[in-house]
Design a protein around this ligand. Structure first.
Ligand code: NAI
Length: 476
């Protein structure tokens, strides 16, 4: 088996944590039981590009139990938990000397070149007969296949411009090399793929853009917008892990501090609530009047970053947009202000611009924590080099919330793989009855007792006794 992880001797520790996580992931375990006989993913060759954590290990092993063959990479250079990666490679029945699990290409602290090499490896199946499915988080695996096929059709990979972002240069170089090694590789891969299931807001944006421009090559299920994903993982998950990231990185007392949350979508709502819970005075920035009004009515001051950049102590970006905190903003911040991003990509904070300030000095405090010292002597603390700080500085979301997200993922994989002809190229969401099913699978573990509709009540509000209980446009 080919694989590349940090250290297989961490597998036993990883396995113990996976066993604890399984108990906290009732949705995934129920799906394993439900499909144990039919194994609907037999024949599926799934390339996964999603943070290689303990929770993801339970997802991967669920896909395998349902019959799939799997290869995996992380979707961020800092988010891999090395013990999880090792345990997945070794597998439940293997040993570090005789690994019997799943090929994983991921370790904590990859360079950008290594990151794209790992993504390419996860997409490169021995014998060249896979993948036929992608499970993506942020869309990097999907991007590599699409750009590769596009450049193969054009007959050349473009030469990067000098001012292109570093990462884009690495993507182009990865494609140039892979196409030289195996001409036509990406066109063949794109043809083989039945579909992709996408985990996050930012990846879903990319898919809708590609579809709008007529560039999407295979169907996609938008997992993010299942209610049991974005209204849970993005919100309650970040409510947990934003604080975890801040504490592990800095251990600064949050109570009494002024914290700015940029963006009051699902992630921003979770972050703001968590910071307020710790006693911070939270200020929100927004561009959308609806979200701004929500923040105001939830009791937060809503203003512009310019107004508070010199006085706040903690800044968290949660927009999925770019250039939210500029180098100029950071230069104006007070001494030892903390700057972190929890959105998917690192361009919410202008790290390249910060590094270019004449005379600026970067002092590494510990992995994923840097003090940037300005020429006048004052400094700021930047978390995870501007990459998502909850996974870079801590361990991301806990198992229970990820069980909701990943149960949606598995159901979406089954749906696209087994009913491919029902999904012409396009971007789809799972039907509401499946969303409700995911929620239902998580109620018992929390001791929730659901009220049952009477027949008369169901008729009165115009729904089936067994659901779905809400129309598609309902917003929760
Ligand atoms: P969302 O679309 O619900 O919220 C983003 C909000 O930012 C919107 O309300 C938008 O109006 C606002 N916004 C956009 N530009 C802005 C600007 N210039 N200034 C202030 N506000 C601005 O998206 P969601 O689901 O909250 O996701 C946000 C990001 O977090 C995405 O990149 C997503 O992929 C990522 N994400 C990260 C997770 C993690 O564990 N770190 C978990 C889930 C999502």
């Amino acid at each position: 088996m080919d694989f590349k992880v940090a250290d297989l001797s961490l597998a036993a520790f990883g396995r113990k944590e996976i066993q604890l996580a399984e108990h906290e992931m009732p949705g995934l375990m129920a799906i394993r039981k439900e499909y144990a006989g039919s194994r609907p993913l037999s024949g599926a060759k799934i390339t996964g590009s999603l943070h290689m954590t303990i929770q993801t290990a339970v997802l991967i092993e669920t896909l395998v139990e349902l019959g799939a063959e799997v290869r995996w990479a992380s979707c961020n250079i800092f988010s891999t938990q090395d013990h999880a990666a090792a345990a997945v490679v070794v597998g439940p029945d293997g040993t570090p000397d005789d690994p019997k699990g799943v090929p994983v290409f991921a370790w904590k602290g990859e360079t950008l070149e290594e990151y794209w090499w790992c993504t390419e490896q996860a997409l490169t199946w021995p014998g060249g007969d896979g993948p036929n499915m992608i499970l993506d988080d942020g869309g990097d695996a999907t991007l590599l296949v699409h750009k590769g096929a596009e450049y193969e059709a054009a007959g050349a990979v473009p030469t990067p411009n000098e001012d292109d972002p570093e990462e884009w240069k690495v993507v182009l170089e990865t494609l140039r090399r892979s196409i030289a090694e195996t001409p036509g590789k990406w066109t063949a891969t794109a043809k083989r793929i039945k579909g992709v299931t996408e985990e996050t807001t930012t990846g879903v944006h990319r898919l809708y853009e590609m579809h709008k421009n007529g560039r999407l090559l295979f169907p996609a299920i938008n997992v993010n917008d299942s209610v049991t994903k974005s209204k849970f993982d993005n919100k309650y998950g970040c409510r947990h892990s934003v604080i975890d990231g801040l504490n592990r990185a800095t251990d600064v007392l949050i109570g009494g501090k002024v914290a700015v949350v940029c963006g009051y979508g699902d992630v921003g709502k979770g972050c703001a609530e968590a910071l307020r819970g710790q006693g911070a005075r939270v200020i929100v920035t927004e561009i959308d009047p609806i979200c701004a009004l929500q923040a105001a009515m939830d009791g937060y001051q809503v203003t512009t970053l310019e107004d508070v950049v010199e006085t706040a102590d903690i800044f968290i970006t949660a927009t999925g947009n770019f250039n939210i905190i500029t180098a100029e903003h950071m230069a104006r911040m007070k001494h030892q202000a903390i700057v972190g991003n929890i959105g998917h990509f690192d361009n919410e904070i202008d790290m390249a611009g910060l590094a270019k300030i004449p005379g600026i000095k970067r002092v590494n405090i510990k992995p994923q924590v840097d003090e940037w010292v300005f020429p006048d002597g004052h400094s700021i603390i930047v978390l995870a080099e501007g990459r998502l700080m909850n996974l870079g500085c801590a361990t991301g979301h806990p198992s229970f919330v990820m069980s909701n997200s990943f149960t949606n993922q598995v159901i979406a994989q089954i749906e696209l793989f087994t009913k491919t002809e029902s999904y012409p190229v396009g971007v789809y969401r799972l039907p509401k009855h499946l969303d409700e099913k995911v929620a239902r699978l998580h109620l018992d573990a929390l001791g929730v007792k659901l009220t049952k509709l009477t027949k008369e009540q169901a008729e009165y509000i115009g729904v089936d006794i067994e659901g779905p209980y809400k129309p598609d446009h309902y917003r929760y």
